[in-house]
Design a protein around this ligand. Structure first.
Ligand code: BEZ
Length: 181
């Protein structure tokens, strides 16, 4: 997960970085590496990291890229001039092991992200990568899922021999398959 923060020493960003540090084990458990970016210097990042520890009780336990000239931020389209011409918006890129972008999110400066939702998104991405399923609205891990609409009934019978509940021919519900540990 690559995420950008508008700037060092700003209140919402401090809560985001502190919260992500506090749930680092959740990312480790999912084998996801976290890296963040802020358009400030390494020296500023070092001082800000001390504030994050002061306010949240967690050391910044993942890398924070120093991008004072916004070179990376511009490459990844993290600056949206209608929002601010120099600060990055709150971008999130979920990048797969195959180096392809699996999901993106963009939040404005004044709204902190919901990292519990981002974990839920990662759970869905990992599950749907492993099995021919899709996750329905507000799905939580462990809840029923939908057989991928791209799978024909004939193929679905092979993959889900226990059958499914058919709400409509295109809505076929199964228990969530379990991924290998
Ligand atoms: C913040 O992270 O608190 C913030 C940064 C830039 C503009 C608004 C809020």
């Amino acid at each position: 997960m690559l995420m950008s923060h508008p700037a060092d020493f700003t209140p919402v960003c401090t809560t985001e970085l502190g919260y992500v540090a506090s749930i680092r084990s959740e990312f480790d458990h999912r084998r996801v590496k976290v890296i963040s970016l802020s358009v400030d210097t390494l020296e500023a990042h070092d001082r800000w990291a001390r504030d994050i520890e002061d306010t949240h009780g967690f050391l910044l336990n993942y890398p924070l890229i120093a991008d004072p000239e916004a070179r990376i931020a511009r490459l990844y389209d993290m600056i949206h001039p209608n929002e601010d011409s120099t600060l990055t918006v709150r971008s999130v890129f979920i990048i797969g092991a195959d180096k392809r972008i699996k999901a993106t999110m963009t939040y404005p400066l004044n709204t902190g992200r919901n990292f519990d939702e981002i974990l839920r998104l990662i759970d869905s991405l990992q599950l749907t990568e492993d099995f021919d399923v899709a996750t329905p609205v507000n799905w939580r891990p462990g809840e029923d899922v939908i057989i991928a609409p791209t799978l024909s009934d004939a193929h679905a019978r092979q993959k889900f021999p226990e059958g499914w509940t058919m709400v409509k021919p295109y809505i076929r519900i199964v228990h969530q398959p379990v991924r290998d540990a």
